[in-house]
Design a protein around this ligand. Structure first.
Ligand code: S3P
Length: 418
């Protein structure tokens, strides 16, 4: 348990850790590619360490020096491995597709939270390509057996970068063409990286088409993670002025800026540049009076991981916010519709849970109170922001799980964990 006090002001300049999604893909794709690659500004959070350990088990060599990784890839994975994916949905889902294309058997498993998350969503589309993927009642452990793959046309019912990526990583080993189509475009880091590694890939609206391809290792300079920057951007909006440096602003990831536009948050993108195939910028956010917003299913994918934080901001916005089309939040590291609602109400806010989102009646001030992380890193960090922004602060239980995506979060935010 950790006490966090409310603060009258929060400001400063922040360097954030590397992007989690890009780091996972840089390790995984290079780990299965031909050649050697250097990854700089890699995120060394627990989820990415899970990807490292799985790729090592499959035969890749990975040397770590701070946030620089040297990966020596192997296109031929070792057989019969038991791959511990820890808490990481990205690791288990992407690797299931990648391994299915390698004609080997493997077992993929994870911790209690990961074991409760749905895996049929990858097993079913992979089966359309002929993959032999068995789940345990729709969950992990997931068992992959060797099977030749044939390209297929896959229509996803949900927008999910993890599922799309699993299909693409299997598709590069399938005979013929694989097309995967999403209802709304999700983050496109896999497509970008596959193209940079020489894959035969094309993007056509919400569809991505791949053909059988061999991957060549490439160096990756990982931008800072907009999902980690978001906590500092939110504190800027609530309590002062913050500058987050060198943040990835890939348009499939910047839904937080769409939310800022609607809320009336003042921000600017400075020093825009291209780094490692992804656009980055320094994001300056200023204290702002916010008004209630509406968000619906088309808005959700680009802010999927920021929605708990966006909901918290809405608890400070004038009027009634309605967020719909966000049912996916129920199958994240926690049921984030339930845990976010409890968090906001425990801080003294007024949030109502709906089957696929929230109704939030904003207040000028939240009094503070005691909150729990529910062992979900994003809820821990949203809770810390809520306590700092509140009048009296309070306690947060089990905050250490922020190490999944942001190991030194509390140090950066100025809270010493005991
Ligand atoms: C991720 C995709 C998202 C996101 C997760 C990371 C990725 O999940 O919530 O934190 O790196 O592909 P879904 O694709 O299942 O929505």
């Amino acid at each position: 348990m950790q006490r966090i006090d409310g603060r009258a002001c929060f400001e400063g300049e922040f360097e954030l850790p590397g992007d989690k999604s890009v780091t996972h893909r840089a390790i995984m794709l290079n780990g299965g590619a031909d050649g050697e690659a250097v990854i700089t500004n890699a995120l060394m959070g627990e989820d990415c360490l899970s990807t490292c350990s799985c790729m090592r088990s499959l035969g890749a060599k990975i040397d770590v020096d701070g946030t620089t990784l040297r990966v020596s890839g192997t296109p031929h994975f070792r057989r019969g491995r038991e791959l511990n994916c820890g808490n990481s949905g990205t690791t288990i889902r992407l690797l299931t597709g990648y391994v299915a294309g390698k004609k080997i058997d493997a077992m993929l498993y994870g911790d209690e939270s990961l074991s409760s998350r749905p895996m049929k969503r990858v097993a079913e589309p992979l089966a359309l390509l002929g993959a032999n993927v068995k789940t345990t009642d729709g969950h992990a452990p997931v068992y992959v057996s060797p099977s030749p793959l044939q390209g297929a046309d896959v229509e996803l019912k949900i927008a999910s970068a993890q599922v799309k990526s699993a299909v693409l990583l299997a598709g590069i080993s399938a005979n013929g063409e694989t097309r995967v189509t999403e209802p709304v475009k999700s983050r496109d880091h896999t497509e970008r990286m596959l193209a940079a590694m020489g894959a035969n890939i094309q993007v056509d609206g919400n569809s991505v088409i791949v053909k059988e391809s061999a991957l060549k290792a490439i160096d990756v300079c990982v931008p800072s993670d907009v999902s980690s920057a978001a906590y500092f951007m939110a504190l800027g909006a609530l309590k002062g002025e913050t500058l987050c440096k060198n943040v990835g602003i890939n348009p499939t990831r910047t839904g937080i800026l769409t939310a800022f536009d609607r809320l009336g948050v003042k921000y600017s993108l400075l020093n825009r540049r291209i780094s490692g195939g992804e656009e980055t910028a320094d994001i300056l956010v200023q204290k702002s009076n916010m008004r209630a917003i509406t968000l619906s299913s088309e808005d959700v994918p680009s802010m999927i991981d920021e929605l708990p934080l966006v909901a918290l901001l809405c608890a400070f916005a004038d009027g009634e916010t309605r967020i719909t089309g966000a049912k996916e939040l129920r199958v994240k590291e926690s049921d984030r519709i339930r845990t976010t609602t409890e968090l906001i109400n425990n801080l003294g806010g007024d949030c109502e849970e709906t089957p696929d989102g929230f109704i939030i009646r904003g207040k000028e001030k939240l009094i503070g109170g005691n909150v729990d992380s529910y062992l979900d890193h994003r809820i821990a960090m949203t809770g810390a922001v809520g306590l700092i922004a509140s009048e009296n602060g309070g306690n947060i239980y089990r905050p250490e799980c922020c190490a999944i995506s942001f190991p030194d979060f509390f140090e950066k935010i100025g809270v010493k964990l005991y």
